[in-house]
Design a protein around this ligand. Structure first.
Ligand code: MN
Ligand code: MN
Length: 284
């Protein structure tokens, strides 16, 4: 019989047992505050992944030689706290099996579960938004509360890069409890300067790296539920992924709401590929 293809991330052809990385999707946008659609993110990212050559020239790796697998999408609960539990279960199993979870969003809420499972020393997030609200629209598990919940998990070493949106109270919390590099700071200092400082801070600690797609200027990648202009560039994000992947014990790319010409999912897919290639090469 001919081989039947199902939609998976390109080159994610290893068995689960052999895989060092396990990709999974969380097609959820139940708490979206502005424009829904992130539930279609995982599918769009996987589709975009087939546009790229297996060869990843910056590392010299062929992605098909890197052992990673795609577990598919979670059958998501509609209730945000249940969704967080589901993600924690899956990410916990992956991490418990000695693999690195790589999550495709879906809205940012899912990250709370992944961080809870992985228990990193440091949480680094690129996001237009501070996500430091204690509650939004009646739930503490809104995608506007993610960084606050991470702090509540006891992961109190938090680095935020690219933020430019939040109310006064959130900026006060950020100043007090996080290392905040605003989008303006990235522009003024350059991403290399910012990352040099972040790396010195991280040392040999374990990092969870979360990329909220809206960290990037919405004029460049407009497939977003909560678009914000005057943000980071795709090149800035690539530098973050390249620099921090070797330190990461978990990764996600979330908040892709793919109602654009494919730019947002293309950047996401490429960043997933580079994360995996960079992490793999660094271990060797
Ligand atoms: Mn976010
Ligand atoms: Mn955001």
């Amino acid at each position: 019989m001919n081989e039947l293809a199902h939609l998976h991330f390109a080159d994610a052809d290893a068995s689960y047992g052999d895989a060092r990385y396990a990709v999974f999707g969380v097609p959820y946008d139940g708490t979206t505050s502005f424009r829904p659609g992130a539930r279609f993110g995982p599918r769009a990212i996987r589709e975009a992944s087939f546009n790229f050559e297996s060869y990843e020239p910056s590392t010299g790796m062929d992605l098909y030689e890197v052992p990673f697998t795609d577990l598919g999408d979670l059958a998501v609960s509609k209730v945000p706290e249940d969704l967080v539990d589901q993600v924690a279960d899956v990410a916990g199993e992956i991490a418990g099996d000695g693999k690195v979870p790589v999550m495709l969003g879906g809205e940012h809420t899912a990250t709370i579960g992944a961080v809870r499972a992985v228990q990193p020393d440091v949480y680094v997030v690129c996001d237009a938004h501070l996500d430091l609200r204690d509650e939004l629209d009646g739930t503490p598990y809104s995608h506007g509360c993610v960084t606050r919940r991470v702090l509540d998990l006891g992961v109190d070493d938090v680095v935020i890069i690219g933020a430019r949106s939040g109310d006064r109270e959130q900026f006060e919390v950020a100043a007090e409890r996080t290392r905040l590099y605003t989008a303006d700071a990235v522009r003024e200092r350059g991403i290399a300067g910012v990352l040099g400082e972040v790396l010195a801070h991280i040392g040999d600690k374990q990092v969870y790296l979360s990329i909220d797609a809206d960290a990037i200027d919405c004029c460049l990648t407009p497939g977003l539920g909560t678009p914000e202009p005057f943000g980071m560039t795709p090149l800035d994000i690539r530098e973050v992924v390249r620099t921090l992947a070797p330190h990461a014990v978990g990764f996600d790319y979330v908040e892709v709401a793919p109602f654009d010409s494919g730019q947002t999912a293309a950047v996401a897919a490429q960043m997933v590929r580079e994360f995996i290639a960079r992490h793999w090469v660094a271990e060797r």
